[in-house]
Design a binder for this molecule. Structure first.
Ligand SMILES: *[C@@H]1O[C@H](CO)[C@@H](O)[C@H](O)[C@H]1NC(C)=O
Ligand SMILES: *[C@@H]1O[C@H](CO)[C@@H](O)[C@H](O)[C@H]1NC(C)=O
Ligand SMILES: *[C@@H]1O[C@H](CO)[C@@H](O)[C@H](O)[C@H]1NC(C)=O
Ligand SMILES: *[C@@H]1O[C@H](CO)[C@@H](O)[C@H](O)[C@H]1NC(C)=O
Ligand SMILES: *[C@@H]1O[C@H](CO)[C@@H](O)[C@H](O)[C@H]1NC(C)=O
Length: 425
């Protein structure tokens, strides 16, 4: 009996610890799939392309395609890109999505200007949030048909939904049926990442704290009712700050801690986290997403070692929260969501515009520092290239000096995120 006993214990332990992630692709530096060597050279010469500036921010998958949004910086020629899951190279090139011309005209607000949160729904649409640009393009939501690779809907957020004011704590809800977005204000909401309960038990929106190490929930019915004063319930204290969260169809919540590890918690049970991935040397956000074949994909990024980025995959046997897992009599999970679920036509999206309000609060701080420093008549002047992610000039009459800006933005990954989650209303 003893050997059997130990075997069982061993198996239980093995299943409770880190998942078996297998490296799929690795990059020392990212390269675009240019239309010609000439166009690459020209882009390098113009300063439109600086390979070292490419930094993936969000990850999504759909039938053999891996989508990435890249942080908008000078030298990044396209912020929404894709590559094939079965690329023959171990470091595949990035293809702009949907195509080059769509992203090259800097001043055309109809195009993707600065992609952030991305998500693929169950009927083959890519939902992408676009920050717009500080000069003149409003933030928007763009929905692509992934069969035709064309824009199906582009929703500009009105000022009343996403405004550049100091009232900076709100969620943004988008109704696909009504093609309308609105704001749900909340006391004390401040978060880096959000996730929704699975489709068949849609009760909560989960939020990670942006300055506190805890997870909290708000009720979906309250959000739907447009409740002005949402109440947050603390559901668990973690040991690190969380930048990304995803939910699977069975109600397991996956989130990262302090850029170093990914843990999961079965939200059907009391709070308890188990580590599924550890990356001691990572110093960029860990990106993770499900495909529809039951794999969890994860991208780790490093600044001080090679490879600079690694994309790996673990077979885990579940899909994301948009699918409807049902447990059949044999106790195994199966997917009941057909590809063409009519209910998805009334899919609603709750968008977290955290980057917008973080931007606003940062802008406020910048403004304050600016005033203070001016007051003391001692503004430091250093030649530093500013991080282009915040847009202080859109809010402030005078652009603050870059060094102050840099100083405020000392922990960029703990305070900026923009996630899409979907809610069926
Ligand atoms: C690069 O782009 C060309 C033309 O769009 C395409 O045929 C080719 O498959 C792409 N290569 C990769 C590796 O994605
Ligand atoms: C995408 O386009 C194809 C081809 O026109 C169409 O059959 C399909 O229904 C569209 N998908 C969605 C989700 O609208
Ligand atoms: C999800 O499954 C539950 C029961 O398993 C069912 O009642 C519900 O209608 C399903 N929802 C969708 C969107 O498929
Ligand atoms: C919001 O609700 C909390 C209790 O849930 C209450 O303490 C607080 O005063 C309310 N704030 C406003 C502005 O109504
Ligand atoms: C987490 O910690 C905070 C303060 O440290 C506390 O108010 C909160 O109740 C805790 N949450 C849980 C679920 O224990």
């Amino acid at each position: 009996m003893a050997p059997l006993y130990f075997l069982i214990v061993y198996l239980l332990c093995a299943s409770a610890t880190t998942l078996d992630f297998k490296s799929v692709f690795e990059w020392n530096s990212f390269e675009f799939n240019w239309t010609s060597e000439d166009s690459r050279e020209k882009a390098v010469k113009d300063g439109r392309y600086k390979p070292e500036k490419i930094e993936p921010r969000f990850l999504a998958l759909h039938e053999g395609k891996i989508f990435l949004s890249l942080s908008k910086q000078n030298g990044v020629p396209a912020t929404l890109v894709w590559l094939s899951t079965d690329a023959s190279s171990t470091s595949p090139t990035l293809n702009p999505y949907p195509s080059w011309p769509n992203q090259q005209e800097k001043t055309n607000c109809d195009k993707i200007v600065s992609a952030r949160g991305i998500e693929v729904d169950t009927i083959g649409r890519l939902w992408a949030l676009d920050d717009g640009s500080e000069e003149d393009c409003s933030p928007k939501l763009v929905i692509f048909n992934l069969t035709k690779n064309s824009v199906e809907l582009s929703h500009l957020f009105p000022d009343s939904t996403v405004s550049l004011s100091f009232s900076c704590r709100y969620l943004v809800v988008f109704s696909l049926r009504e093609k309308k977005s609105w704001r749900v204000e909340a006391q004390k909401i401040r978060s880096n990442a959000i996730a929704l309960s699975p489709m068949n038990r849609r009760r909560h929106l989960y939020l990670s704290g942006s300055d506190r190490r805890d997870l909290s929930t708000v009720s979906i019915p309250e959000i739907r009712a447009g409740e002005k004063n949402l109440s947050l319930t603390s559901v668990g204290n973690t040991t690190g700050l969380t930048n990304r969260m995803i939910m699977d169809e069975r109600g397991n919540l996956y989130f990262d801690l302090s850029l170093k590890s990914v843990v999961w918690w079965d939200t059907n049970r009391p709070f308890n986290k188990e580590q599924i991935y550890e990356e001691g040397r990572s110093n960029r956000p860990l990106l993770f997403a499900f495909d529809t074949n039951g794999n969890l994909w994860l991208m780790a990024q490093f600044t001080d070692q090679t490879p600079k980025s690694r994309l790996s995959r673990a077979a885990i046997g579940v899909k994301n929260y948009l699918y409807n897992a049902s447990i059949d009599s044999s106790g195994t999970s199966k997917y009941v969501n057909g590809k063409k679920h009519q209910d998805l036509l009334v899919l609603n999206i709750i968008l977290s515009i955290w980057n917008v309000f973080n931007l606003i609060s940062t802008a406020f701080q910048i403004y304050w520092f600016h005033r203070m420093k001016k007051w003391q008549d001692s503004i430091a002047e250093t030649e530093t290239e500013g991080d282009q992610i915040f847009r202080p000039s859109a809010i402030l009459p005078n652009k603050p000096p870059e060094p102050i800006y840099e100083e405020i933005d000392s922990a960029p990954y703990s305070s900026m995120q923009n996630t899409i989650v979907k809610s069926k209303m």
